[in-house]
Design a protein around this ligand. Structure first.
Ligand code: DQA
Length: 145
């Protein structure tokens, strides 16, 4: 099984960016931890981080027929991007939406997700640990199919 782990705008700055909200772990450290978890689960991972919406759409399109599922933290695009939701629908890749913070406990404009209606699941509020929970969750779901 192969899973893509995608991160959107500003998540390349994890660790230094608003650490009180997003924690002190860098994206590299999160990805390294996920590699260890993936080894235990016997799944393969691939990673991508892009700041642009169109660039994320390009990455999602490239997943077609190559991966079984994806985790995505689309950052601020989660709240606005029909294009990202459409891209997943187009390539028919099941995905789990991830956020470090609990978006439903934040400003009103963050309390809605454009992606959630098409997501297999949504994990938010667990900080960096949410990526691991999402990975374990999507692998269990796909194995059950
Ligand atoms: C975020 C929440 C978004 O509202 C924000 O724009 C981010 C990070 C999170 O992981 O909590 O960039 O996706």
């Amino acid at each position: 099984m192969r899973i893509a782990v995608l991160n959107g705008p500003n998540l390349n700055l994890l660790g230094v960016r608003e650490p009180e909200l997003y924690g002190r772990q860098s994206l590299d450290e999160i990805e390294q931890h996920l590699r260890d978890v993936a080894r235990d689960l016997h799944v393969e991972l691939e990673f991508a981080q892009r700041n642009g919406e169109g660039e994320l759409v390009d990455v999602i399109q490239s997943l077609r027929g190559r991966v079984d599922g994806a985790l995505i933290n689309a950052g601020a695009y989660s709240h606005s991007s029909l294009a990202i939701r459409d891209a997943f629908a187009a390539v028919q890749v099941p995905f789990v939406e991830v956020h470090l913070s609990n978006i439903f406990a934040r400003e009103p404009e963050r309390r809605q997700s454009m992606l959630a209606p098409s997501a297999l699941a949504l994990v938010c509020g667990f900080g960096a640990r949410g990526y691991e929970l999402a990975l374990r969750g999507i692998v269990a779901s796909l194995e059950r199919e």
